[in-house]
Design a protein. Structure first.
Length: 182
């Protein structure tokens, strides 16, 4: 639920309805975890293909990337944990913090960073480090490709392709740990 609240606040700050599509994984979760992951994939696809956002090479584009990307990470966290409704005082406090942070961009940025770091540390341990490695690698590759990509669509493709590659590699690693032969 934390990711959904973050997406709603991002929608208000950006003045865009696209982040409101974060409701798709939550509704899909009523049919099970696989449906929720499929719904999350649809949500990410909608984010990556939505028109009207700036290039990641501009300050405004970086702001939009952060305001769309961090709530998406929190939505994925909710889906993977199965925490689609607030559980306990900690979740309620985090949701309250996100709601209060809607006052301006800076407070929302800070709240998103703190909550994402807390959730990554709390539940994923090494996976949090892998995510940071993916984010850093994506940033370096985008810097290296600056001026070579054909606009915002090319940038979205690179970000999406690197994300899918990271997920596929993580799935292979999980399959190896589970004793599944590839």
């Amino acid at each position: 639920m934390i990711g959904l609240v973050g997406a709603i606040v991002a929608s208000v700050i950006l003045g865009s309805w696209i982040p409101l599509l974060a409701v798709i994984p939550y509704v899909s979760a009523l049919k099970g975890r696989k449906a929720a992951l499929f719904g999350f994939s649809l949500y990410i696809l909608a984010l990556l293909t939505s028109p009207g956002f700036d290039s990641v090479y501009t300050l405004e584009g970086q702001r939009e990337l952060f305001l769309l990307g961090m709530p998406a990470l929190l939505v994925l966290d909710d889906v993977l944990r199965g925490s689609l409704v607030p559980k306990g005082k900690t979740d309620a406090a985090l949701i309250g913090l996100l709601a209060l942070s809607a006052l301006n961009d800076y407070s929302f940025f800070a709240a998103l960073l703190m909550i994402a770091a807390y959730r990554l540390y709390q539940g994923f341990g090494k996976a949090g480090a892998y995510f940071l490695l993916w984010a850093g690698s994506t940033w370096v590759i985008l810097i290296l490709l600056r001026g070579k990509l054909p606009g915002v669509a090319g940038e979205a493709f690179v970000i999406g392709a690197l994300g899918l590659t990271a997920i596929a590699l993580g799935g292979l690693k999980d399959a190896e740990h589970a004793g599944v032969e590839m």
